[in-house]
Design a binder for this molecule. Structure first.
Ligand code: ATP
Ligand code: MG
Ligand code: FE
Length: 338
């Protein structure tokens, strides 16, 4: 079965074709980052309009790359939430219309389930059960995963997501938007121990996170520094070290609590090298990641999540659809055999 995946929840248009026998056939991505950069963040209306322009050409590109035609698609999986409603509506409308026209099933996919399952696209996928650490621009989640659709929330951020904290700290240091990767790069020039930031919420039990204080700590440290390039790099390193160590402490706790021996990390921040090194150093635990290009938003993870749920695909008889700006992972259920 060949599943076409459509991702349009935020500022990336991602399209992919996944074959349940042959694996990923082709994928394409257009990032709107440059368009939103001058505003310092994503402008929802501009995002929607751009998805409208990019979705069909990218779909054609993916089909051409795979040497296939529309009639060769067996099902359409599209992101139905969480995300920006206008942006989601574009992918949902195009996906559902295409499925309707081709008389094939369409499946609404939860974007965070897409991230969660993305490491399973790799050559040596993790077996269930595992602990999932989802770290992106909008989420910081620890999930006990027993199978596809069997998700139990263990912990989450009570304020900023970790990616958001990277971005806000980067912006404050003048590193542009989205600054996560730039901040990580600058941290490499920092001197270890020049500043020490707190590890929020690690000195009490529980698996929730709080990252907004780190950003404020970085701001105060910057104002009290000599504002040199070195101070900037030292702050970047101190921030990253604190964020990474906090994530590692909570992951160890979640692994201990669940008894699982596998940790599966996904979302944009899972591209962070220093985080990967620190997680890989946890003893007696196997850690799995998506390949770098599939850490942040992409169509491959949506096509794949659709394929994982293929038994749950039903022919939609009504020409209606819905998207959700909020859609908690633990509302999902396991696919049931048709
Ligand atoms: P969500 O998935 O929660 O809706 P999103 O889709 O916007 O949010 P992603 O695309 O998964 O999030 O990830 C983007 C985030 O990852 C941004 O905050 C970005 O700064 C961060 N990021 C990307 N690379 C790195 C890195 N190397 N180090 C730290 N953060 C990074
Ligand atoms: Mg994005
Ligand atoms: Fe995302």
């Amino acid at each position: 079965m060949r599943v076409l995946g459509i991702e349009s929840s935020c500022d990336e248009t991602g399209i992919a074709l996944y074959d349940t026998e042959k694996g990923l056939l082709a994928h394409a991505l257009f990032s709107q980052i440059e368009m939103h950069a001058e505003y310092g963040g994503v402008v929802p209306e501009l995002a929607s309009r751009d998805h409208i322009q990019k979705t069909l050409p990218l779909m054609q590109q993916v089909l051409d790359e795979a040497g296939l035609q529309r009639k060769d698609i067996d099902a359409v999986a599209y992101t139905a939430g969480p995300g920006l409603v206008g942006a989601l509506l574009v992918g949902a409308a195009i996906g559902r219309s295409l499925a309707w026209a081709l008389n094939i099933p369409a499946l609404p996919i939860n974007h965070m389930e897409g991230h969660l399952l993305s490491p399973l696209l790799e050559a040596n996928p993790p077996a269930f059960p595992f602990v999932s650490l989802l770290i992106s621009g909008g989420h910081t989640l620890l999930v006990d995963v027993k199978g596809v659709g069997e998700y139990q929330l263990m912990g989450e951020s009570i304020d900023d997501a970790v990616g958001e904290a990277f971005d806000k700290t980067a912006k404050m240091l003048g590193l542009g938007y989205p600054g996560g990767p730039a901040l990580a790069a600058l941290a490499e020039q920092g001197q270890e121990g020049a500043y020490v930031f707190p590890r929020p919420m690690t000195n009490r039990p529980g698996l929730d996170f709080s990252f907004s204080g780190l950003k404020t700590f970085a701001l105060n440290t910057w104002h009290n520094s000599d504002k040199s390039e070195q101070a900037k790099a030292d702050i970047a390193l101190a921030f990253q070290t604190a964020a990474v160590e906090t994530l590692v402490i909570k992951c160890r706790r979640a692994l201990k609590q669940s008894g699982h021996k596998r940790l599966v990390v996904a979302g944009g921040v899972s591209a962070n090298k220093s985080l990967r090194a620190a997680l890989d150093a946890i003893p007696k635990v196997q850690v799995y990641y998506p390949q770098l290009q599939f850490c942040s938003d992409n169509g491959a993870m949506i096509a794949f999540a659709g394929a994982m749920r293929d038994q749950a695909m039903v022919m939609e008889t009504e020409a209606t659809f819905n998207v959700r700006s909020r859609w908690p992972l633990d509302e999902l259920t396991a696919p049931v055999s048709a």
